[in-house]
Design a protein around this ligand. Sequence first.
Ligand code: 3UK
Length: 516
Amino acid sequence: MNASETLPTQFNVATYFVDRNLEEGRASAPAFFYEDRTLTYGDVRDLANRTGNALLELGVEMEDRVLMLCLDAPEFLGTFWGAIRIGAVPIPVNTLMRGADYLYFLNDSRARVAVVSAPLLAEAGPMLPQATHLRHVLVAGGPPGAYLSWEDRVAKASATLAPASTSRDDAAFWLYSSGSTGFPKGAVHLHHDMVVSTETYAKQVLGLRATDRVYSAAKLFFAYGLGNAGYFPMGVGAQSVLYPHRPTPEGVFEVISRHRPTIFFGVPTLYAAMLAAKEPETRYDLSSLRVCVSAGEALPAEIYKRWRDRFGVEIVDGIGTTEILHIFLSNRPGSARPGSSGLPVPGYAACIVDDAGLPVPRGEIGNLRVKGDSTMAFYWNKHEKTKETLFGSWIQTGDKYYQDEDGYFWYCGRSDDMLKVGGIWVSPVEVEATLVGHPAVLEAAVVGKEDTDSLVKPKAFVVLKEPASAAPGLADELKAFVKDKIAPYKYPRWIEFVAELPKTATGKIQRFKLRD
Ligand code: 3UK
């Protein structure tokens, strides 16, 4: 699908996802369930317009960035759509990160305004005064402290707001993506991108329609969750369940039983943890589900089979990236090939190339390249990374794949050292650098190791400064040390003490030698 053939040149994507629902008569139809509240499509429109006006009153102009450190809550919806409506550029960021990460996002994006959910102020608060371009902070859902109250500002602002005259190719929002080395990269997405993902994957693979009710365990700040629970349902007038808490297996089972969604979106690690829960089928009712979706990392065939046998519903695995916005290779409900990533989503093309960019023979492993009109325009301020990633209409994902004789795509690992842990990026380099900050550690190397569910978790090989006098319990101390210093989900689940690390002649750690 090419947006230039279907969308007008002047196009504000907030009208497509917000206003169209009202034009189609859904003003009082439920759109979001949040805690004990129901937000109708009319409520969402008002929330977006009021937030947009509140941002305008703070001096936010077209193209200004607005950083969003938001839980899955009304402030996310209001800020995301309100900012887009005025032609500003919202940047939802991962709420599981640390203060230093937030300072980087603020300064790299030069955000003028930040909207922060109150519970996240404890981590981000100390960094806010150091952000060079930040003028105002709005705090939602709790005491604003030294900052402005999002609720106050939004309540006082007008609910009438004409959309800014953006073009379909203006920047609409950014999403940050981590790499193995260097700082995260801001993927710049345009006004037409969300339309493309909705018209292709959501409608043509999932068959999403107004009678669906979705629940995504992956939060809205991930590209995956943003589509699943944010703009996909709005694209068809469906309903979405927002859950601002940590998606533990029990919590997720409870949400599904209580809200009875028709589609559930998870990641393989969560499906494995839900399968390990104690007799969930006797305590929870999953009968509302017509399909489950998995992405973020490859879904092992074993988990697919166990889930289907246990709950009688299929998990449809598909691969997406932050840069392509959503899923571009996917299995189809009813005809999955377990363990594979399926076939290209209608509207996308995929090919496998060697390191020179030439197609490899069918069945051989190579680099995955994808063509589709939801792909980012570029990485903000990262020209070299952009050139290494985009090739005209094609983007190289960094994944190794092969295609079988029937055309199905099979994931074979990354071409860099990056790990996907519970569907979230972990850079071995960052974990190693953190471990080396501990006084007992001389050197460290981090690689992915499969757990009992065939899902990858970080494992650290550590060389100690004084191995002979290592304290008992040092491995646990090192795990706690990493959890305390960087985002906790990155900590090594196993630590093995070794006398030395395998290295190249130039002293570079050979992680591949540690992988088995
Ligand atoms: C890996 C997969 C095998 C792969 C995402 C759905 O995960 C998403 O985006 P990210 O930018 O990560 C992208 C990378 O994750 N990956 C994702 N899904 C699969 N590997 N099988 C899969 N099914 O390495 C890819 O390059 O965090 C997922 C929708 C939108 C997304 N952004």
